[in-house]
Design a protein around this ligand. Structure first.
Ligand code: FES
Ligand SMILES: [Fe+2]
Length: 440
């Protein structure tokens, strides 16, 4: 028997290959991705290079590197990357000395605005210039100029509460990558949201599954009634719609979030300045490839995925809050109590998701059934995600990337009729975007 895992590996990077053909179709005819995409370590290595090596990858909270003197160490596409801030802005560099390549920093630290290599003590300014190379000129070397040996720069940018890094200079800028998302979510004013200084406001889960299964699970609500019976009381299946404009993201919204049977999500004070739809909704947005935003009017549950192997992912979770008492040094006791209820609810839901994603990984890697059909009613965001994955894996040059278009009123038939009514008009009024778009 030929298993799907045994398909020729050369097809992974060929745009017109049979490997991706079932994912390139419209959702009504599309299938899940091949098992190798989730379970094969060679695919994982290729994906690190072609997908994570060319995408805008979420790597940190902006507030973690908000002040000069702080240095963060992060992983992007298998490379170690340094993040710093100076008076001139945010900087990213490869974590490798320009002398003989030594790792400059092992972990986040304070640097007094100087990055020193521990090996022969070359030292760099926080904006990446080589400042000195000790004793190098005791025997002069023709043409040696410190200015030629600054740290290798990595593109970095911010959106909302996050820092993103991109290893490929040909990738579109972050603003084009995210498309209309900034305008769509502008009223939240995410730049001002911060983590609370409370126990449990950040946590990391080591999950035995491929990162893409976590994204896919986040992007569909088909599983809601069976995997999350309690969540389905506040985020009812009937109140879900897609939330997708042009941009490298897949989104859905619960409008309105219900407080009828449980109100775990509605206990904390809402952000000010939200329009009616934002003030009533839960927004669930998967930024391609590795950032998952679950936004309620009063808080955000943010997940950043760090793939460690085909079947292993670190899930870094942070609760963020709009400016107000939750972001102060000492939130009042009543709010701390409300946060604990909210936090427990999220962790229970997340545990349910982790269990089912690990089970999906086991079935795919140990069983390896061929990919099945997607449910057109619920799984269009997965089809969109699969197309983005196929594009990044196969494009010879990422400058040719086509940022996907969003949902339009004209494809309302994709939403089905019952139990999900058509989305509110405000959600379909997609903001015009200047990015290149397709009709996929
Ligand atoms: S390797 Fe960094 S100073 Fe020599
Ligand atoms: Fe879920």
């Amino acid at each position: 028997m030929t298993t799907p895992l045994a398909r020729p590996k050369a097809e992974w990077t060929q745009s017109a290959s049979e490997f991706w053909a079932p994912n390139r179709k419209p959702v009504e005819a599309a299938f899940a991705m091949q098992p190798a995409v989730y379970a094969d370590e060679e695919f994982f290595a290729a994906e690190q290079e072609r997908l994570f090596g060319r995408a805008w990858v979420g790597v940190a909270l902006a507030c973690e590197v908000a002040r000069p003197g702080r240095l963060l160490v992060r992983s992007v596409g298998g490379r170690s990357v340094l993040l710093t801030r100076t008076e001139t802005g945010l900087h990213g560099f490869l974590n490798s000395c320009r002398h003989r390549g030594t790792e400059l920093a092992e972990a986040d630290c304070d640097i007094a605005n100087t990055i020193r290599c521990p090996y022969h003590r070359w030292h760099y300014s926080a904006d990446g210039h080589l400042v000195s190379a000790p004793m190098f000129d005791t025997v002069p070397r023709d043409g040696f100029d410190l200015a030629d040996y600054g740290l290798i720069r990595v593109r970095v940018d911010t959106w909302g509460p996050l820092v993103f890094a991109c290893l490929d200079n040909d990738s579109p800028p972050l603003s084009a990558w995210l498309g209309d998302l900034g305008d769509r979510m502008a009223a939240y004013d995410f730049e001002k949201w911060r983590p609370a200084q409370l126990d449990g406001a950040t946590c990391t889960f080591d999950v035995a599954t491929n990162w893409k299964l976590i994204v896919e699970n986040f992007a569909e609500y088909y599983h809601l009634p069976w995997v999350h019976p309690e969540l389905a009381k506040v985020s009812r299946v009937a109140d879900h719609y897609r939330y997708q404009g042009p941009g490298m993201y897949c989104g859905q919204t619960t409008t309105p979030v219900s407080g009828d049977e449980r109100d775990d999500w509605l206990k904390l004070p809402a952000a000010t300045g939200l329009h009616n739809s934002d003030a009533a909704s839960g927004r669930f947005v998967a930024l391609f490839p590795n950032v998952l935003l679950a936004v309620l009017p009063s808080h955000m549950f943010l997940m950043t995925l760090q793939p460690l192997g085909a079947g292993r992912t670190l899930e870094h979770c942070t609760f963020l809050f709009p400016p107000g008492p939750m972001t102060g040094p000492e939130p009042p006791a009543a709010l701390r109590e409300s946060f604990e209820i909210t936090r427990r609810f999220w962790i229970e839901v997340n545990d349910e998701d982790i269990d089912i994603c690990e089970r999906a990984q086991r079935g795919i890697s140990l069983g390896g059934a061929p990919p099945g059909p997607l449910a057109p009613r619920f799984e269009e965001p997965l089809n969109r995600f699969h197309k983005m994955t196929a594009d990044l894996m196969t494009l010879p040059c990422v400058a040719d990337l086509t940022v996907p278009a969003g949902d339009r009123p004209g494809n309302a038939d994709h939403y089905g009729s019952e139990p999900n009514p058509l989305p509110p008009a405000t959600e379909l009024d997609a903001t015009a975007s200047s990015v290149q778009t397709s009709s996929s």
